[in-house]
Ligand binder design. Structure first.
Ligand SMILES: NC(=O)c1ccc[n+]([C@@H]2O[C@H](COP(=O)([O-])OP(=O)(O)OC[C@H]3O[C@@H](n4cnc5c(N)ncnc54)[C@H](O)[C@@H]3O)[C@@H](O)[C@H]2O)c1
Length: 333
């Protein structure tokens, strides 16, 4: 473990990806404090080895948390994540993603936190001119969600130039799956992620799965995405943290994906195989602003951080998501 003289503060650590990052950090020997206002997260999702403070990231009291817990790095997952909602309520996204993050960064700078890792997204690219997409390709978000995240990337760039804080923005592609040991998974109510919806259908929580768009220029006409296992993603955060600690003057923006895509129908076929049943598919028109194909060029992340993805296996991702969904069904009675 690359030593850190203090704790890692994980914002949004009661949510889907944040709770997995907490596990990865604890498993790697780091000490963790989670802050979360539980707007979509669950306190039971936070591993008992981590400290937990229920507070919003934009609350000035976060400075006290940083001091009390001797925070030396922040992993910032907290935010609003539903793309269509960002179109209908853009100011919510500029408030909870951009403005709230501005205040959090201000707290971090005021308390001298040296390292900051940020959950960015492939949505910063908008509709790509080519796939796989590399970090320097044009960033033209086509929804307020992507724009709210790109604005945060710009803030971090400028802050790292002005203050002794380095950062890493990880642009995630489609995050899926659950902790292989069954300690966490996606519990979000009303989630819109394909694999989550498909395993909900497989466990009887929904009747069917909508397939939005069957006329894209892809191998079977449905949208192609780069699905990355949430535990691999969590481990990428730990590797990124080590790099920030080892190279204090350097900041990075990195795609996080496997560099290969699966179509909606291929994903649903995989779910059918894993569950041994046939999920009903409702073929529908395209949703506005949905690109046909989003696949990461991941050569930069593989070169830059010490990260070897271990779970690049669609059926394995589905299996872990399904195991968690069944566990969740028991919890919800
Ligand atoms: N899920 C994906 O496929 C995906 C892809 C790209 C980027 N991301 C980014 O990853 C991050 C985590 O996403 P997720 O899927 O785990 O979502 P999530 O909703 O499960 O987790 C977000 C967490 O943040 C908390 N939160 C929200 N606003 C807060 C605030 N102002 N103060 C304190 N806590 C707050 C919520 O209670 C929740 O626990 C987000 O920033 C999201 O934009 C996710």
């Amino acid at each position: 473990m690359t030593a850190l003289n203090g704790k890692v503060m994980v914002t949004g650590g009661a949510g889907y990806i944040g709770s997995h990052a907490v596990l990865a950090l604890l498993d790697a020997g780091y000490q963790v404090v989670v802050i979360d206002n539980l707007v979509t997260g669950f306190d039971w999702a936070v591993d008992g080895r981590a400290a937990f403070v229920r507070i919003a990231v934009e609350d000035p009291g976060v400075r006290d948390v940083i001091r009390q817990h001797d925070v030396k790095a922040i992993m910032h997952f907290a935010g609003s994540v539903v793309v269509p909602e960002s179109v209908s309520d853009p100011l919510k996204y500029y408030r909870n993603n951009t403005a709230a993050t501005r205040t959090l960064i201000e707290s971090a700078v005021a308390e001298g936190v040296p390292h900051f890792i940020f959950s960015s997204t492939a949505a910063t690219y908008g509709t790509p001119e080519r796939v796989p997409i590399s970090e320097n390709d044009p960033k033209v978000p086509i929804n307020p969600y992507g724009m709210s995240k790109l604005m945060t990337e710009f803030m971090l760039r400028d802050v790292s130039a002005a203050h002794p804080m380095n950062h890493c923005c990880l642009r995630y592609f489609n995050v899926a799956g659950a902790d292989p040991e069954g300690r966490s998974g996606q519990s979000t109510i009303g989630a819109t992620h394909l694999i989550k919806i498909a395993v909900e259908a497989a466990t009887g929580k929904r009747d069917s799965v909508g397939v939005f768009g069957t006329d894209f220029e892809t191998r079977d006409g449905t949208g192609v995405r780069d699905y990355v296992h949430v535990s691999d993603l969590a481990e990428a955060h730990v590797a990124a943290l080590k790099l920030l600690i080892d190279q204090p003057g350097e900041s990075h923006v990195l795609n996080c994906g496997y560099g290969r895509g699966f179509s909606v129908l291929e994903v649903l076929d995989a779910v059918d195989r894993v569950t041994n049943r046939t999920i009903e598919r409702k073929l529908q028109g395209r949703r506005p602003g949905d690109p046909g194909e989003l696949v990461a060029d991941n050569s930069a992340i593989l070169k830059t951080i010490d990260w070897t993805p271990k779970r690049d296996d669609l059926e394995g991702i589905v299996r872990d998501a399904l195991t968690w969904e069944r566990k969740l069904a028991e919890r919800q009675g």
